[in-house]
Design a binder for this molecule. Structure first.
Ligand code: NDP
Length: 251
């Protein structure tokens, strides 16, 4: 594919994300606590997660590993960090969930599959076929700042996922108010961490495909965090009043 065509597609994908954002703010994606049957047939929650996340890992890895660009330590670091996140999200996270008997709409799985396919493809294609970083990129402030953000975001995300998973004993399916750490400040540190993580990836790669992924992560997760926050307030009379939804002290 011509490089200019590829980058134009990426810019359209970013623009599309920004255009749909106001609509996503109004639509409650019906999975997890918001699941309902109005979006068509349901499938197992655990299986849904594995299916919908897998293209992000498989397509990304395929494009990277079979790409013709010169792979050096810089691109291997990018590949390793991205793959590390998605091995967890695709195979480990779904198996750890305490989600017995829960389901999600097949339509959500198909939409997320498409989203992950596009993001995995553009980032894998960019890193595998186009990227050309000198080794000196490792001492560039964008790389250093970005990797610090990425690791901080990933740590926040994993810790929050872990806390949420352990709110239930095996076999339980109900909800309680999460407390401790960043949960004292926001309802959804898992979503906050993920937004920071992919913003860091965009900064350290300084690339439009990674920027597109960061934009889409914000588009997906900021509305979801706001909806979770409202749900907590509607369901728990004693929900901490000062807690924000997704950005500490801000929103
Ligand atoms: P949620 O916070 O909705 O749920 C995570 C898990 O914790 C689920 O098993 C949920 O159960 C359980 N849980 C959550 N809150 C409670 C509670 N108060 N009491 C008991 N159990 C609880 O996370 P999401 O499903 O939105 O996302 C999961 C992960 O995937 C996150 O790390 C997120 O950042 C990431 N993600 C990334 C996206 C991206 O665009 N990059 C898009 C979507 C998700 P149940 O399912 O039964 O509600």
């Amino acid at each position: 594919m011509k490089e200019s065509v590829f980058y134009n597609l990426v810019y359209y994908w970013i623009a599309f994300g920004l255009i749909v954002f106001p609509f996503v703010l109004r639509i409650i994606a019906p999975y997890g606590r918001h699941t309902n049957r109005s979006w068509g047939p349901l499938i197992s929650n655990r299986l849904g997660w594995i299916i919908m996340e897998s293209p992000a890992l498989l397509v990304f890895s395929g494009f990277f590993l079979f790409g013709t660009a010169h792979h050096n330590v810089v691109t291997w670091i990018f590949f390793g960090l991205y793959a590390f996140h998605y091995v967890n999200r695709t195979f480990i996270f779904p198996l750890r969930l305490r989600t017995k008997g829960k389901q999600m709409p097949l339509s959500i799985v198909i939409m997320a599959l498409g989203f992950n396919f596009v993001n995995g493809s553009i980032n894998g294609y960019y890193l595998g076929w186009l990227a050309d970083y000198p080794i000196s990129w490792l001492s560039d402030p964008r790389f250093i700042g970005g990797i610090i953000l990425f690791i901080s975001g990933m740590t926040i995300n994993w810790q929050a996922d872990n806390t949420l998973i352990h709110l239930r004993n095996p076999g339980e399916t109900g909800y309680v108010i999460p407390r401790g750490g960043l949960f004292n400040y926001i309802s959804c540190p898992n979503h906050f961490g993920e937004i920071i993580e992919w913003s860091g990836f965009a900064l350290m790669t300084w690339s439009s495909p990674a920027l597109a992924f960061a934009v889409w992560t914000l588009v997906n997760l900021m509305p979801r965090a706001l909806q979770h926050h409202k749900w907590y307030r509607d369901h728990f009379a004693d929900y901490p009043a000062k807690r924000k939804a997704v950005f500490p002290f801000i929103l």
